[in-house]
Unconditional design. Structure first.
Ligand SMILES: [Cu+2]
Length: 352
């Protein structure tokens, strides 16, 4: 756990960086367009995203093999030249877009499309026949076992475990507050499982330098990830409040499932910019996306409910269904409307 002081310091840095967001009045111009929604073709077939522990060992191995395949394919046209693999290219684009796709209305839809293009790439370039699994961390947070014993951290059929203390040092010329780092989360390199000693070329934060995949599992994060925390957020009736409450700090003053999950894994994952260097990023965000999808399905009016500011700095506009979700060289750029119904073209997946 970071000390209260270091948490306060981080919060201060976050508040400074995003102060216009916090001080500005929320923009309320809800977009609900059911007529348009009905015109989108329904998928003939949907593929199922499943919870990690419901996969067979072979299915788990297939997913990890596909991720490792992405890490072995050359980058195509990365936005940061040091990105070496196609996998790194996804991380690079997240670093570049981090300040516009977090703490804004497009947070959930942008990450929904980001996951979709990553999943398409696993299937198209690496012959993967499955989907991105999701990690329902509430199951582990509700359990009396430590989070570090969660099946995702298994060394044989999982992503490997916690960082080994003393194996990693943050760059000394790295201003932690600028990069929104939790220094105590960088416990050490992952030394077991399929990503042991895997080299991440970008991060932590906006820093560029080869380093090991780092973790620092925080057991205290259970409080933000348990089923009570999830139920509380799922019960929020408006999207405007829901997307803030699921995303968390610094929009909120304490952790929520999104930032709490990032913080729980630690290392690059605990960073706003470089987090997709951690392969569990995709399973964490798939679970957030599932919670949003379930929220959308509570009432027909929610399926296309969208609101929130488009930028973290003035002048603020409100995101609408026409707002662009750029994916650059990663895959198809779409508008928010296109991602809202995952059972409609061009999405065609669901959560089991
Ligand atoms: Cu992100």
């Amino acid at each position: 756990m970071p000390s209260t002081f270091s948490l306060a310091l981080i919060l201060f840095a976050l508040l400074n960086l995003f102060s216009p967001l916090i001080s500005g009045a929320p923009v309320e111009d809800k977009t609900t367009d059911l007529a348009q929604a009905k015109s989108r073709p329904r998928c003939a077939d949907v593929i199922q995203r499943r919870e990690w522990r419901s996969l067979s060992d072979d299915q788990k191995d297939d997913y990890i093999e596909a991720v490792k395949c992405m890490q072995s394919l050359p980058a195509m046209k990365p936005v940061i030249k040091e990105a070496k693999s196609r996998y790194d290219e996804f991380q690079a684009y997240h670093i570049k877009r981090a300040e516009s796709v977090h703490l804004t209305g497009q947070f959930l839809p942008w990450h929904r499309q980001y996951l979709k293009v990553f999943e398409d790439e696993l299937r198209d370039k690496c012959g993967y026949e499955g989907t991105i699994p999701y990690w329902d961390w509430s199951l582990d947070a509700d359990s009396s076992k430590p989070l570090s014993k969660a099946p995702v951290f298994d060394a044989t059929h999982g992503f490997g475990g916690d960082g080994a203390p003393g194996t990693y040092t943050l760059p000394s010329n790295h201003p932690p507050a600028d990069y929104l780092i939790y220094p105590t989360s960088f416990k050490g390199c992952v030394v077991d499982g399929p990503f042991a000693h895997h080299k991440v070329p970008l991060g932590p934060g906006k820093y560029i330098g080869d380093h090991c995949l780092t973790r620092g599992i925080q057991e205290a994060a259970k409080a933000y990830l348990n089923s009570i925390a999830v139920k509380k957020i799922a019960a929020i009736p408006s999207y405007g409040e829901f997307h803030v409450e699921i995303e968390g700090m610094p929009l909120t003053t304490s952790h929520r499932p999104h930032d709490g999950g990032h913080f729980m894994i630690g290392g690059d994952m605990s960073n706003l910019y470089s987090s997709p260097g951690e392969p569990l990023f995709y399973l964490h965000h798939a679970n957030l996306d599932r919670i949003w999808w379930e929220w959308q399905n509570v009432a027909p009016s929610r399926l296309y409910e969208m609101t929130g500011r488009s930028t973290t700095t003035a002048p603020f506009t409100n995101v609408t269904l026409e707002f662009p979700l750029d994916m650059d060289t990663l895959g198809e750029s779409v508008i928010i409307r296109d991602v809202m119904d995952i059972h409609s073209e061009p999405n065609c997946y669901t959560y089991a």
